[in-house]
Design a protein around this ligand. Structure first.
Ligand SMILES: [Zn+2]
Length: 509
């Protein structure tokens, strides 16, 4: 007894002696990744390379339970770190040892490992949890959408919190395995390739794999009863599309749009270069929402987007994001123009291809149809602020900015930039200044003035996106300029279909 006491005292002493050299180096990781728009989103102190998400879901009751395993690497000496998550956690293990955990804020899960994590070391983090995601509100909402026969996780920037714990910011991308058990007769849709299904005792497990880096908000999950269509594109890429069995009058228009995915991804490959992922497709669950989301390889569409008939423009928009947004992702949410400006511009190019209005005509139309005092011009597409992140101006003025770039550098260099950038930054992250530097390198032109005017000024540019050699509006006599304003160009034929790709304003998703 006495001997043991002496030994443990000696142990405590040596621990004490070791402490001063290192204790101050082991600090808690930050509760946010440092994004000015969403200060608590993502976390500091580590990066995730892989998520293994293993779930069981009961559509009748919306009960979800599961275990997610993260492979992480510490980027600082960590005494504690956070994940972003909303469901109830029952157990956390770090490198096999039970860890203590607590919740804080809206979606912070604080984890204190039994042994601190040294900078550069790898950690396996296992989180067990369960909940009824549709009932869990964060910031007053849930991104978990229930359908008559199941549920869907799709939302931007938030959707992960309701089904897997994560470092929830696009600057930390990882590969994903998603394996979900559901009652027989239901299907599970997720990203990438369906690697297998197995049935046992009334339950079927679907296993999906996305083998290329994926941002957490681009991970998606749908459970329900779907009609599945599989195919390969003309260039040999596997296509997997799914349609809820109860889409009613919208079913055929949805198919007439989404079944063209293979054709459209091949057409976009001609503009943006090789498609970056190993599968492609979309799914249309029976949700009441009105938006689509470029969930990686497997686009989420709302049936309402096909209520006025087929819309290939929406499909083009979401597929364009596979290059601009998914393969090349945002480093920070303020750079949303790198996603939405280019996806909208792809719709302009599709309109041009379909003889429903050229990109120039569409850009002229946007410029002319918003007078200088329209609040439209007060949104800076290059830094719109979190409340206007998905404002129409980010899309439309954002695309006009790209037409202005095209006019400034000429078609040959412009299309080299459009195709070169996704290859230069493939599977990575980027900022608008980095894109500008790339465009300057390819074009050999200084573009600071153009970017300032179109992306970073809260006012209508004095001159529209005029093609080289055309008279600029500002050079016309004031009376002539007024007349020009009185007679805006006619609405291009493609305009309404293009706008149907917009998220509903004022609806947070
Ligand atoms: Zn978009």
């Amino acid at each position: 007894m006495r001997k043991r006491l002496i030994v443990s005292a000696a142990g405590a002493l040596s621990l004490f002696l070791a402490v001063p050299a290192s204790a101050s180096d082991f600090q808690p990781g930050a509760a946010g990744v440092g994004d000015s728009y969403y200060p608590t989103y993502g976390n500091g102190g580590y990066r995730v390379s892989h998520y293994d998400i293993r779930l069981k879901y009961q559509p009748a009751t919306d009960e979800l339970e599961g275990t997610t395993t993260l492979l992480a690497t510490a980027t600082q000496d960590l005494s504690r770190f956070n994940l972003d998550f909303a469901l109830n956690v029952s157990e956390v293990r770090v490198n096999g040892r039970p860890a203590t955990f607590a919740t804080s804020g809206e979606q912070e899960l604080q984890i204190t490992p039994a042994r601190p994590l040294a900078k550069g070391s790898q950690a396996t983090v296992v989180v067990r949890y369960k909940g009824v995601p549709s009932t869990v509100k964060k910031y007053g909402f849930t991104a978990w959408l229930r359908t008559p026969d199941g549920a869907v996780a799709a939302g931007e920037p938030e959707s992960a919190w309701w089904w897997f714990p994560s470092n929830d910011h696009p600057s930390d991308k990882a590969t994903f395995d998603v394996s979900v058990q559901v009652p027989d007769g239901n299907q599970v849709i997720s990203n990438g390739i369906l690697t297998g299904t197995s049935s046992q005792a009334g339950w079927t497990r679907y296993s999906w794999r996305e083998n290329k880096p994926q941002a957490t908000y681009l991970a998606t999950l749908a459970v329900g009863k779907f009609d599945i269509s599989t195919d390969t594109t003309p260039s040999g890429l596997p296509v997997y599309n799914a349609y809820s069995k109860d889409l009613g009058d919208n079913a055929d228009a949805a198919r007439a749009s989404v079944e063209r995915t293979g054709e459209l991804v091949d057409w976009l490959s001609g503009i943006f270069g090789d498609y970056p992922f190993s599968s492609v497709g979309g799914y249309v669950p029976n949700v009441p929402t009105g938006f689509a989301l470029e969930t990686q390889t497997r686009v989420f569409y709302s049936p309402r987007q096909f209520a006025k008939g087929a819309n290939t423009s929406v499909v083009v928009h979401e597929l364009a994001h596979q290059w601009y947004g998914d393969s090349v992702s945002l480093s920070r949410w303020s750079d949303i123009w790198l996603n939405e400006g280019f996806a909208r511009y792809a719709q302009f190019l599709w309109s041009e291809h379909e003889n429903e209005g050229t990109a120039q005509e569409l850009a002229d139309y946007v410029y002319a149809s918003h007078p200088a005092d329209d609040p439209f011009w007060s949104v800076k597409p290059g830094d719109p602020g979190p409340d206007d992140q998905f404002a129409g101006a980010v899309y439309d003025r954002g695309a006009v900015a790209i037409q202005a770039l095209r006019n400034a550098v000429g078609d040959e260099k412009f299309f080299r930039i459009l195709k070169g950038w996704p290859s230069e930054r493939r599977y990575g992250n980027a900022t608008i200044p980095e894109f500008q530097a790339y465009a300057e390198k390819v074009s050999g032109q200084k573009l600071g003035g153009l970017f300032d005017t179109w992306l970073f000024t809260a006012a209508k540019p004095a001159v529209g996106p005029v093609p080289a050699g055309a008279p600029a509006a500002a050079s016309l006599a004031p009376a002539a300029a007024d007349r020009r304003d009185e007679q805006p160009p006619a609405e291009p034929k493609s305009w309404k279909k293009i706008q149907e790709a917009n998220p509903p304003q004022g609806v947070r998703h």
